[in-house]
Structure formats: structure tokens, C-alpha cells
Design a protein around this ligand. Sequence first.
Ligand SMILES: Cc1cc2nc3c(=O)[nH]c(=O)nc-3n(C[C@H](O)[C@H](O)[C@H](O)COP(=O)(O)OP(=O)(O)OC[C@H]3O[C@@H](n4cnc5c(N)ncnc54)[C@H](O)[C@@H]3O)c2cc1C
Length: 510
Amino acid sequence: MMFSDDRADVVVVGGGLAGISAAIELAEHGLDVTLLEARPWLGGATCSFARRGLTIDNGQHAFLRSCEAYRDLLAKLGVLSSVAIEDRLDLTVLAGAPGPTMPSQVALRRSGLPAPLHLARALAGYRLLTRTERVSAAVAAMALPLAARRRIGQRDLTFGEWLTLRGQDENARRMLWDLLSFATLGLPSAAADSGSAAAAIRTVLRARGNADIGIPLVPLSRLHAAPAVALLGRLGARILLGVKATACRPSYCGGFDVAIATVPPGGSAASADSARPTVIHARALVLAVPAFEAAELAPAELAADAARWARLEPSPMVSLHVVYASRVTSLAFAAVVDSPVRWVIDKTDAAGLHSGQYLAVSVPAAGSFVDWPSSRLRAEFLPELCRLFPAAADVEVEDFFTTRERRALIRQVPGSPRLRASQAGLRGLALAGAWTDTGWPDTMEGAVRSGLGAAWQVLRDLAVSGPDVRDPGTGQPGWRGPDFAGLTGHFPAAAPQPGGPVSPVDLTPA
Ligand SMILES: Cc1cc2nc3c(=O)[nH]c(=O)nc-3n(C[C@H](O)[C@H](O)[C@H](O)COP(=O)(O)OP(=O)(O)OC[C@H]3O[C@@H](n4cnc5c(N)ncnc54)[C@H](O)[C@@H]3O)c2cc1C
């Protein structure tokens, strides 16, 4: 699809959760929005593909009740009934290599008491730690607010270093703190930035229901992509799929010129035909692409900032997909400690499997595994799954395949907070993406918050004054949009162009 002399109030580049959230917010306020997505579907890092009659997610995605912006987005998309959020945190934690006196699994259940007492009984019964370690962990948890500020001289601490200063031994780090560190930042405590980990864990523990876990009941393409296409279509936004922004620069007549190129069907974003670019002129621009792409796309005026963003390191994620001939566990979701496997989720129903059991297994911070061939991953991880789920030893594996996201997350190591982008200094240009400085880790919640923040900045920059809404908890820009009722009609409305249905694509398994 090519356009000459194309115009929009706002071009949003990137159709992940950040771009989707920004586009919805802007379109809801009457702006003429064009959303560009290089891939043939929306959803970004949350996508699905078809394989042997099943719909497979690229990687399992869970969330917490504290993810309010994300839950608001689900409500807007009309898909709240397609996720399950537990009434009370009840997480089974499996031990990868339990010691002789250790149980192979424990349950982390919260009570109805107010925070922080809601987890007191769970910690008291957490028998992967000794009694002394449990008491010590409780004391350390009380000091989490301090962790955000602790440094040694000029050096930021890893969370592991901070835990050591707080008397947490190796076993406590492996069995408890790594669980929390992986859950929030996707990294072990030994690597995670202490401030980021402490802030995220504190958020999770702060209120009684915050840590209750939510999981999708349908494939991610049905949870995010398809409803977003439908809603944006109803709002009159234009979605261009398979269209990549190749350059952005301030326009001599104000606003921005965005050069676009089509990505050939079946091609990667890198294969976009930039020899024949077309330009869209926009009054404002939201860059909602990953850090590395944002650094490349940023106008020359932001070169110094962009050089900083480009220094953020990626953290790969490997997902293993195992279809068993019959059930091997009754758990819908489990965390694992002391193992490269960190999360296991039962995707049988969500993927559409009618007999047997399909488990999706997450291996985050997977730098050492991401280049392994599938056969080697299979040889390494199927025995590990048999240790975790002994019934699996007697059940035939009908299918095993892997998906790999080399840049799944940013590595939130010491120093990384200074590299995350706060808003760009160019009027009319807003940055979004879970990697930006939202005060949240690189998660779906962070992505949605960043998209809303970017949209509100654009509304302000386009001289649409609104209240400066802030999250009362963190002081960060909040997620409940200002009421811009009455604004609709200030800007020309675009003809609805829903961009066509989003269909899952076939990926060749590794
Ligand atoms: C395997 C995996 C498991 C995860 N598990 C969880 C989880 O359990 N819970 C959780 O909260 N989070 C999880 N995350 C993280 C979460 O998915 C991301 O933080 C979030 O989806 C990022 O959204 P985003 O919009 O910021 O970026 P993205 O989703 O990366 O979207 C950016 C989009 O921009 C597009 N793009 C890039 N360049 C261009 C260009 N030049 N022109 C046009 N388009 C472009 C890309 O194609 C992409 O679609 C997981 C991530 C992965 C990969």
C-alpha cells in the first residue's frame, strides 16, 4: 500500500502493546491516527502462530493484578473474560534440584490479612528455606524500599549484592529471591539492578491483591491483536501492517515526515523495500518500537539520547513447547526455582488441543541457550521436565519445538535505568515502549503505561491542554487518562480502515 502526500495528525510507529495503547488513546480523543507495523500482525512481542492445528503463543505471558493499565486495556478491548485472574495468590513453586531435606514443591498462598501480613503465613511455610532463612528474608523484605537507593561508592549494586548485605545466603537467593527477581525483571538476583528489582518487588508486595496472577485463556493474537484491530477500526484509525518506518525527521513546515517502506509478504522487517519510500507527514509522532530500533529511527536532533538507548542490552528468552500424549500435571501454572526453567503454563485449552497436554515452558535470561539447536534443547530440558513432573517420564512426547526471542526484554542490570528513555526533548515526538522509563519493568504493564504516557504528551504538544495526571503511588505519570470530553471534532476524522483481519502466521519451528 503506497500513498503520496499522505497526512495524519499522529503517526504511531510500532504495533506492540505500547503502540496499540497510544493509538487507541489518541484516536479516542478524535485525532486522525495512522499506526504503522512492520510485521503483518499487531501485538509485537505478544503474538501467536499456527502449528499442526494449534495456535501457539511466541512465549507465555502472565501478569499480576497490580497491572492496572494492562487490565484497563483488556477491558477496553472487551476481552477481560478471556483471562483468568486468581482470587488469591496461590502459586505452586517447584524445586529444580531439591536437597534431601527439602520438599520438591511448596505453595505460596496469600491470606486475606492486610499487606504485608497477607504473605506472612506463606513465608512461614516456605520450606525451601530454613527457619532462620525465613526470618531473615522477612527482615530483608522490610528493607526493600532502601534497596532502591543503595550503592557502593559510585557503583550501583546488583540485587544479589544488596541481598548479601542484608544477610541473605546463597540458598535464600536461589530459592526465594531469584523467584521474585525473575518474576519481575526476568533476571537472576545476581545480575539484576538492585533499585529496579527492589522497586518492582515492593510494588508486587505492597497491596494485598497485587501479586494475584493472571493468565490468558486464549491465544495472544485473540487477546490483543484481533480486538485491537477491531477497536482501532471503530475509532477511525488507519492501520498499515507490513509497513516499516525507515526514517523520521522534523518537517520544515512543522510536524514530522515519516518515510515508510513495505515489507514483502513473508519477508522480515529488515527486507523492507526502502528504495521506494513514501512519506507520511504527521503533526506528531509516537515512536513505539524497541530501544534498538528507536535509536536507529530517532531524528538527528536526538542523536545523543539515541546513543544511550542503543546501549541497553537485550535479554533473550527461549520458550519450549511440549505436547504430551496425556496429562502430566494438574497445575495450570507453576514457578520453578533452582533450574533454568522458570515458568510452566498449561496451554492445552488456550491452544485448542483436545487430547493430551501442551505445556509452554519459559527459560528467561537464556543467553547460554538461545543458540542451541532444538535437538540439544530437547535433550537438556525433557529430562528436567520429568524431574519436575514425574508422570512425564511415562508419557510420549508428541511434539517438541522451540521459539526464541533474542531481544525479548531489556537486561535490567546496574546502570540500565540511566539508559532507559524518558520523554524526548522534541515537541510533538513521544517515545513509547516497555523499555522506556516507565518506573515499571519491561512488561506488558510497562508497555501500556508507556503508550498512554506518550499519547498524553502528544495531546499536550498539539496544544490540547489537559491535567498532568500522576500515579498517586509512584509519582509517575498516571494511567487514568484525563477527561478530554468535548475534544472530539477538533481534528479531521479519518475514514475507518481497520487494516484487515490479523491471522496467525506459520513460523518454522527451530
Ligand atoms: C517470550 C516473551 C515472554 C514474555 N513474558 C511476559 C510476561 O509473562 N509478562 C509480561 O508482562 N511481559 C512479558 N514479556 C514482555 C512483554 O511482552 C513486552 O514487554 C511488551 O509486549 C513490549 O511491548 P512494546 O509495545 O513495548 O514492544 P514490542 O511488543 O516489541 O512492539 C514493538 C513493535 O514495533 C514494530 N517495529 C519495530 N520497528 C519498526 C519500524 N521501523 N516500523 C514499524 N514497526 C516497527 C515491531 O515489529 C513490534 O511489533 C515477554 C516477552 C517475550 C518476548
